[in-house]
Design a protein around this ligand. Structure first.
Ligand code: SF4
Length: 350
């Protein structure tokens, strides 16, 4: 098995993807150490999000907050604003909590220890393994969707996901070498992202083409098998977008707990499953509300959402939310679902 890891590391030395948080293999072998802050930040951002989408956010974050101590000292609203559009906002809240815990409990230095990393806010088994392995070259197995796909194919595993997870983790663990485990972890991910892709694996140029059992059996394209998911329910809701005569917008910071917690948003109703009983919710200010043509459609992990958008111009005093002056309002600070509501008003459908 150690031959397999050597073959893959040789391939990685030539073909490693360039990423702003990554220390290329040649630099690493010359003694450059990866920055645990950058590895942690990228791993948190990459959960449920693609490398292409994360790169721009990562660069903005590290320009603005180049160290974990700088991030720990940031204003919550600034961090939530920079995170807007990246989704899964609990990650941003935990990011701040974790940065502050590292400063308070570890003197601003990431602990080079898997168990200590696991105790930090927002760091689960996957992220702890990734930081331990990639930042500190400790031998921990890192299993994401790419790694699952590669292992299922290399060993021709037909058990469907998610039931196959323990088996695929055991196989990945057995293959992880003692030497260069960090580069090895990144190499399997790169293989899955660039050659062993979901739809058309490039087996002809794969470093594992000879030992790969799925390639031999002709089953690569059908793996990994997946248990079909239940269709997502559709929820409905209303948002109220009010504007004052001086151009200020009525916004609120959502409660810390719950979906989009701590993010900026438009006041509105709860989101419920029943289409024919749309919740109006109480308007946040007295005004003549008019429905905007069209609706906002957005998909979260567990449901689709359809939002009706009501708009009003008013100088009354709000009972909910705060007017944000025009010059202080950046639509990019809104999470995507609320940005879509703003776009509907800024560019109404014809
Ligand atoms: S040979 Fe093909 S299926 Fe097997 S690991 Fe390589 S790319 Fe994936």
């Amino acid at each position: 098995m150690c031959d397999l890891s050597t073959e893959l590391l040789d391939w990685y030395d030539l073909h490693a993807r360039a990423m702003p948080w990554r220390t290329p293999p040649a630099e690493k072998q010359a003694g450059v150490r990866p920055d645990p802050y950058k590895i942690w930040l990228s791993e948190v951002m990459l959960q449920q999000t693609t490398v292409a989408a994360v790169t721009e956010y990562f660069n903005r974050f590290t320009n603005r907050w180049p160290t974990v101590s700088a991030l720990a000292a940031a204003d919550d609203a600034d961090v939530m604003g920079e995170w807007a559009g990246l989704g899964y906002y609990a990650r941003a809240r935990n990011l701040l909590k974790c940065a502050r815990a590292i400063v308070a409990d570890h003197g601003g230095i990431f602990p080079a220890d898997h168990a200590a990393l696991l105790k930090l806010p927002g760091i689960g088994p996957y992220t702890a393994a990734a930081i331990s392995s990639i930042a500190f070259d400790l031998r921990h197995v890192v299993v994401d969707g790419n790694v699952e796909r590669v292992m299922a194919r290399l060993y021709d595993v037909h058990t469907p996901l998610p039931a196959a997870k323990p088996e695929l983790t055991t196989l990945a663990e057995a293959l992880t070498p003692n030497s260069r485990p960090g580069d090895y972890a990144q190499a399997v991910m790169d293989l899955g992202a660039t050659l062993c892709t979901p739809k058309s694996p490039a087996c002809g140029i794969c470093p594992w083409r000879t030992p790969c059992l799925a390639r031999q059996a002709g089953t690569a394209q059908d793996l990994p098998k997946k248990t079909p998911k239940k269709p997502k329910p559709v929820r409905h809701g209303t948002v109220y977008v009010a504007r004052r005569s001086d151009g200020a917008w009525l916004l609120e910071t959502r409660p810390d707990k719950g979906l989009l917690g701590g993010m900026l948003g438009w006041p509105g109703s709860d989101w419920v499953d029943v289409a024919d009983n749309r919740p109006a919710g109480a308007p946040p200010i007295e005004a003549q509300w008019s429905p905007i043509a069209g609706e906002v459609r957005h998909t979260f992990t567990h449901f689709h959402l359809i939002l009706t958008v009501l708009h009003a111009d008013t100088d009354n005093t709000p009972t909910q939310g705060t007017f944000v002056p025009r010059e202080a309002f950046r639509p990019s600070d809104l999470p995507t679902v609320f940005r879509k509501a703003f776009d509907l008003i800024a560019n109404p459908p014809h």
